[in-house]
Design a protein around this ligand. Structure first.
Ligand code: 13P
Ligand code: SF4
Length: 301
């Protein structure tokens, strides 16, 4: 029996569901019941009725699934798969910022810890950030955390002034306008799509900034045959599988999130066999963090 077959057999036996982010390795995406971006995975986790959710992604995503599906046993097969950006805004830092801005609405990118989510007013993902910001009354000050790049890109796009946190995704922050220029010179006329976690000068130099789910949709619906993709390389697996007639180039160098790439099929199998690592969060944190996540989901995409 192959590892893949063992996983599928155990999954069936336990009634488990496997959710995977678009950045995990292709072989993991292939055994998942559902692949998606952060927003799609949150919505899926809310509606899933399985007793076990194996979350193939990083910790903040598995925590969000647990908060939305508290009765399910949520497993994170690689407990060391974190998100450096999520760790850039602690709950204590947010509490201190609240004291300095008592009237502000605190909006946190879903890439934040459960403890931090418990301290804020509304969450967003890169797939719904514009709608989330538009849902905040115009006279309210907004503190946006932890992604300073996503926030700055939104200020540029919406003209909504915000107080920005100084966090960033180290993977996307490493993209430079020079990489965009080089890619254009190498593939003239080919559209360049980047993630809104990239720096504003990069987003300005590219043609479009979209969440991973947004990129998949845009490319699926486009009549163009070639694209340059400026986000974590895991997305290429789905892009190539779903669009066999299209050609994809990456920005040089290919972008890799070390945390997303920690997970191997062996870890998924071990999680199903041992029931580890189960996400366990304090009751009060779950209760408080649910509110901003639910608010985000109700705003929609
Ligand atoms: P999305 O898939 O929501 O675009 O998020 C990207 C990301 O960095 C997740 O960690
Ligand atoms: Fe975090 Fe960036 Fe990795 Fe996403 S790609 S998990 S934001 S470090």
């Amino acid at each position: 029996m192959t590892i893949r077959d063992e996983i599928l057999a155990l999954k069936k036996e336990q009634g488990a569901v496997i959710l995977a982010h678009n950045y995990v390795a292709g072989e993991i995406q292939d055994i998942a019941d559902f692949c998606g971006d952060s927003l799609e995975l949150s919505v899926k986790a809310k509606h899933v009725s399985a007793p076990v959710i194996v979350f193939c992604g990083v910790r903040f995503m598995a925590e969000t699934a647990k908060i939305l599906s508290p009765k399910a046993k949520v497993l994170l097969p690689r407990p060391d798969a974190g998100c450096p950006m999520a760790d850039m805004a602690s709950a204590a830092d947010v509490r201190a910022m609240r004291r300095a801005h008592p009237g502000a609405v605190f909006c946190a990118y879903v890439n934040s810890t459960a403890e931090t989510k418990a301290e804020i007013d509304i969450c967003c993902t890169s797939g719904n950030v514009e709608n989330v910001l538009a849902s905040v009354p115009a006279d309210k000050e907004i503190v946006f955390l932890p992604d300073g790049n996503l926030g700055a890109n939104m200020i540029r796009k919406t003209d909504r002034n915000m107080i920005l946190w100084k966090g960033c995704c180290p993977v996307h922050d490493a993209v430079t306008p020079g990489m965009i220029r080089d890619a254009r010179a190498l593939h003239p006329g080919v559209e360049i799509l980047v993630h809104p976690e990239c720096r504003p000068d990069v987003v300005k130099a590219a043609d479009r900034a979209l969440s991973t789910g947004g990129m998949l949709k845009y490319i699926r619906e486009s009549s163009a045959k070639e694209f340059i993709v400026g986000t974590e390389c895991g997305i290429l697996h789905r892009l190539r599988r779903e669009n066999p007639d299209k050609v994809f180039y990456t920005l040089k160098p290919e972008l890799v999130c070390a945390d997303m790439k920690k997970l191997a099929l062996e870890d998924v199998l071990a999680a199903l066999k041992t029931g580890r690592e189960e996400i366990v969060l304090p009751e009060d944190v779950m209760k408080k963090a649910l509110l901003p996540i639910e608010r985000m989901i109700s705003v929609g995409r």
